[in-house]
Design a protein around this ligand. Sequence first.
Ligand code: NDP
Length: 317
Amino acid sequence: MTTGNAVERVKCLIIGSGPAGYTAAIYAARANLAPVLYTGLQTGGQLTTTTEVENFPGYPEGVTGPVMMEDMRRQAERFGTDIRFGIVTGVNFSGHPHEVTLDGEQTIMADAVIIATGATAKYLGLPSEDRFRGSGVSACATCDGFFYRGKDVAVVGGGDTACEEAIYLAGLCREVYLIVRKNYLRASKVMQQRVFATANIKVLFEHNTVELFGSDMGLEGVRLVYRKGETDEAFKEIRVDGFFLAIGHVPNTEAFKEYLQLDAEGYITTLGTSTRTNVPGVFAAGDVMDPVYRQGITSAGAGCKAAIDAERFLVGL
Ligand code: NDP
């Protein structure tokens, strides 16, 4: 199944570099498991695209996502984790050791594998959304907000991410429309309060995006529908240069789905309160297996558990 030339044998392979991956690495390295960690495409994971993190214990003044992830990386390296850039393109979990292919060419045989590949932002799925990806459409305000300084933008979603992105963009942009499909925000109370207290955020409850429009130069606006669009007045256009998606995520489990048990939404199923998957020696931690809590701190906790589970598995080999 693999096309690689180099085959390497490792005791503990960690896939992913968010809080789950790095925490697993810290614990595995300190337990002498000589972990090798592959970062995936987005080194540091989703927290590198966030601004202030105020709820991670140990940072009383808050910290930015990128700084926190850099701290975690350094801590993992300090105990000897071998951190490499690479993307898993295939696995074979039918035997033992487990075979993992990186970048379509390198094969690693691992006694234990910890999957911490996280989740990826969802898009609405409109054809016009695809057309303006990279020229107006983005799923990361902190990455791309800078390009829309002084302009009008829209954010879609009613959760904590949407509120956080709207507040961030409000500091850069002229007007921020928050497009919410229900008649309430799902976000935590504190985030809601911040949104309502920000003068240049306009919340459009019960609105859905029908179409994005613009030219070859980029996005110029979006067409919205209010409620179910019973009347002609229910449709309206807003002029925006940027359109930010904040409507949740899908877990990054594509490479593993042939072997691992997943739930209906594609999250890896783990056994009981452990991080064990249905394949002995394969463990999962963080957003890739957690559709409920999805916090940096809960991911870090799961990464710790995965390393301990892996250590116990390896002792029994
Ligand atoms: P959520 O799943 O909480 O919210 C997604 C939002 O997008 C909901 O309002 C949902 O609407 C809306 N939505 C989904 N699909 C569509 C669609 N097709 N069209 C329009 N709207 C849509 O995701 P988040 O990313 O906001 O948060 C994920 C988790 O991370 C949560 O547990 C959150 O608390 C946490 N988080 C915490 C932060 C913090 O503590 N600082 C910061 C960011 C996230 P509806 O409500 O109708 O389902």
